[in-house]
Write a protein that binds this ligand. Structure first.
Ligand code: SF4
Length: 412
């Protein structure tokens, strides 16, 4: 993209940047890397309008890495409840704990180790003494955990991939680092009429116009990353990256891009050729229908069974037992329930409702079976089983999948 287009992009962004809780009023100000990490992770697969409140609540409860590292998974899931893809929350917590355990007090470095980068509070500096990035308190000589400032170190942390690392390095540390998310992919595809996606395996000679010779020898993803690096090769990389994300969200939308108000119109091949609807090419849909049964097993002393592992979904957290089943399953106790309970102790089995849900590529429809036992909850035979008091179930089960399954029981 030429320098005039980039200048227009920056000017457009300065005038049109939305007020967001993770975006300071001064668009040139370096940001708290922790806040960038949390907001960008929440924004993956989720709309900005949804993330706003989640981000504010999260930062109020977990304002920094140190506070977060002291939390447990159950509490973190509560603050994530409704955002889905719980592995993201689990990885955030793992990373926070790892960063804190790598960061030992007190700092053995000297003021010479400090990179001179000031954090939002005036008395803290980023420091690299002992080869671990951290924050040093200028006055007290204390140190606190911080996210590292190199791509290699960031991508080695749980849950931080190329995109999140690029966002932290660019938006927080103001490095010339590229990022590539769905918005940028859509814009690059249209600007350069790329008729393939970064996830496509190979790009053959002449499959995108104009033919750029040797570039046809590299992977589809590399072509997109090359364009992203070109945008980031500037002291204003942080602004170019963020401006493109905003442009993709508000102007270069998936449907009906608002080309007449786009600062990049004069350099956009798809707009100039009146072919914006052709780019990017649509993804091959791989959504699968899945029909299942969820078991709400309740003991006579009003406790509900939660299981950890051995399930189709939510493998690493406590969930309600569930399994794939035919649409018109026969009434009665399913054989799968006998993994957890003794069939002779079942008082009643009732289908209490149905719900729809989506997880990754699965479009689900589930029946909910309420199984009542005629005795108290038996002592768990392993750590993978828990009996949760009915009154605490809505707090305990963090996923919306479980909450939907429990709804008919609590609405009675
Ligand atoms: S001109 Fe239209 S298609 Fe091209 S980048 Fe702008 S909004 Fe997108």
């Amino acid at each position: 993209m030429d320098s005039n287009s980039l200048k227009r992009l920056r000017e457009w962004f300065k005038k049109n940047a939305a007020e967001l809780p993770w975006r300071p009023a001064d668009l040139d100000a370096p940001r708290d890397p922790y806040a960038v990490w949390i907001s960008e992770t929440m924004l993956q697969q989720t709309q900005v309008s949804t993330v706003r409140d989640y981000f504010v609540r999260w930062m109020k409860r977990f304002p920094d890495i140190e506070t977060l590292a002291k939390a447990n998974e159950e509490e973190v899931f509560k603050y994530w409840q409704g955002l889905g893809y719980y592995s993201r929350a689990r990885n955030i917590l793992k990373t926070a704990k790892q960063l804190v355990s790598d960061c030992h007090d007190p700092c053995k470095g000297s003021r010479n180790d400090m990179r001179g980068e000031r954090n939002k509070t005036a008395s803290e500096f980023y420091c690299r003494a002992d080869a671990v990035m951290h924050l040093c308190n200028d006055k007290r000589g204390e140190r606190k955990a911080a996210l590292p400032s190199t791509r290699r170190e960031l991508e080695a942390l749980p849950g931080i991939g190329a995109y999140t690392a690029g966002a932290i390095l660019s938006l927080a540390y103001h490095q010339r680092e590229a990022i590539l998310d769905g918005n940028l992919v859509r814009i690059f595809s249209r600007l350069h009429t790329l008729n393939f996606l970064p996830t496509d395996k190979n790009v053959h000679r002449g499959c995108h116009a104009p033919c750029e010779g040797a570039r046809n020898d590299i992977s589809a993803s590399e072509i997109y990353w090359d364009y992203a690096r070109e945008i980031a090769d500037s002291p204003k990389a942080y602004m170019h990256n963020e401006a493109l994300m905003e442009l993709g969200r508000t102007i270069c939308r998936v449907k009906n891009p608002d080309c007449s108000n786009c600062p990049l119109r004069s350099s956009c091949r798809a707009a100039l050729e009146n072919r914006t609807a052709e780019f990017p090419p649509s993804k091959k849909h791989t959504q699968k229908d899945w029909h299942g049964t969820v078991l709400v097993i309740e003991s006579a002393d009003r406790k509900i069974l939660a299981v950890h592992g051995g399930q189709k979904f939510f493998k690493n957290q406590f969930t309600l037992p569930h399994f794939e089943s035919p649409r018109n399953a026969s009434a009665g106790l399913p054989a799968q329930a006998e993994h957890y309970i003794d069939a002779d102790k079942v008082k009643s089995v009732e289908n209490i409702g149905k719900f729809r849900h989506s997880i990754t590529v699965h479009k689900m429809e589930c029946d909910v079976l309420h199984i009542q036992l005629n005795g108290k909850a038996p002592a768990p035979t392993s750590s993978e089983i828990k009996w949760v008091r009915r009154g605490q179930a809505l707090d305990f089960f963090a996923s919306s999948f479980c909450l939907k399954a429990l709804k008919p029981l609590f609405n009675r």
